[in-house]
Design a protein around this ligand. Structure first.
Ligand SMILES: Cc1ncc(COP(=O)(O)O)c(C=O)c1O
Length: 380
């Protein structure tokens, strides 16, 4: 019996996971600021979300590989783009896999931001792709893409650049001048861009300004923007995402034709979700407003505390800066001594030690408890 090398993962639980299990087995309540599942953070979801699922239309099955026209029209209205540049998927993670299958031969390379959320390595390895990290650097109270470093990583094996816009966990958007530089580089080296804009609707203006460039209508190079219900409507369990293609028309047409065949191979987006999509997207702004209010409130609270918080331009996360800490040891201490669970920066591949990452979705009471613990710990 043998398994593929790509699934040779280390499945041993680490010290943090073991400590969490230990506390849970003893029934000890945990102040959990890693929770970013909106279904577990006490929001009020309208009952109308479920009513749509009992529609008799759900007993019919007429699959369209790109997604049903009515569902695509709903996304088109929501995102302000035409339906004919769109493919529906069962999640953003699936959308990434479709795009890696479309763009990369085995062993070819994608460039990823660092720090970033830790799913890409798995998605890329499952697609037999390789990757290199380009740095996001924090200076002068702002994150920026190190475009020079990114350019130096491009080689004959590189096929695409991933942008996370705004990024998880740094909360930084791609700026217009960065996009111009990236477009020039991608055009020169014939690279595609994948722009993950799942958190686009969660902008947190800095001094009243949102400095951000969406790639939804990026005309210069072949571009794919990703979005989905999990963040836009706070409904991750409904498993519905979308890919919006743009760029030189001939390339877009070729890409969409190939993507349609990939999507047709799986037909993975279920019909009830597609039938419900217009209603869910109509409810999204009200859900989004609740989440944004929580994110803003928690961020404000965090900024009043003893620990430096890096600038957040959008999304659901905040980065705390504690220079000199050993992240592994500190996070374990917070958990075992104070029952506070927070992510260490290394989980997101920060370039330097000394960072913690908190989700901004947990209830305010949970955040207030975290503040108490951090204040006590940093004044001792
Ligand atoms: C930046 C980013 N993209 C995509 C996803 C996954 O979204 P989906 O639930 O649509 O797969 C996440 C999940 O946290 C994320 O942080």
């Amino acid at each position: 019996m043998s398994f593929s090398r790509r699934t040779n993962w280390n499945q041993e639980p680490n010290a943090l996971t073991r400590a969490i299990e230990d506390l849970k087995s003893r029934g000890t309540p945990i102040v959990d600021v890693t929770e970013s599942n909106p279904m577990r953070c006490g929001f009020e979801y309208p009952g109308a979300i479920l009513q749509t699922l009992s529609d008799p239309k759900n007993l019919d099955y007429l699959p369209d590989p790109n997604g049903m026209a009515s569902a695509r029209q709903a996304v088109a209205r929501f995102c302000g783009i035409p339906t004919d540049r769109m493919v529906l998927t069962s999640s953003t993670s699936e959308a990434y896999t479709f795009l890696f299958r479309l763009l990369l031969n085995p062993g070819e390379k994608v460039l990823l931001p660092r720090p970033c959320y830790p799913l890409f390595q798995f998605l890329l390895e499952l697609s037999d792709a390789t990757y290199g990290y380009y740095p996001l650097r924090y200076s002068g109270d702002q994150w920026a893409i190190d475009v020079e470093a990114l350019a130096s990583l491009i080689d004959s094996n590189t096929r695409a650049i991933i942008l996370v816009n705004p990024n998880n966990p740094t909360g930084s958007y791609v700026k217009k001048h960065e996009l111009q530089q990236l477009n020039r580089l991608c055009a020169k080296h014939r690279l595609s861009i994948i722009s993950d804009e799942v958190f686009w609707d969660y902008a947190l203006p800095v001094q009243g300004v949102v400095d951000a460039a969406s790639l939804k209508n990026n005309a210069e190079v072949l571009t794919f923007v990703l979005g989905g219900l999990s963040k836009s409507a706070g409904l991750p369990q409904m498993k519905l995402g979308w890919i919006l293609a743009s760029g030189p028309p001939m390339l877009v047409q070729e890409a969409l034709g190939r993507l349609e065949i990939i999507a047709d191979t799986f037909l993975s987006v279920n019909i009830p979700a597609q039938n419900a999509l217009p209603a869910w997207l109509a409810l999204a702004p009200a859900i989004n407003a609740q989440l944004l209010e929580r994110v803003r409130g928690n961020l404000q609270l965090l900024r009043q505390g003893p620990v430096k918080v890096l600038t957040v331009e959008g999304g659901w996360y905040a980065v705390l800066c504690l220079p000199g800490i050993d992240e592994d040891q500190y996070v374990l201490e917070l958990l075992t001594q104070h029952h506070l669970l927070i992510h260490p920066g290394y989980f997101f591949d920060f370039l330097e030690e000394g960072h913690l990452v908190a989700s901004l979705l947990p209830k305010r009471e949970c955040f207030a408890k975290m503040m108490g613990i951090l204040t006590e710990d940093n004044s001792a």
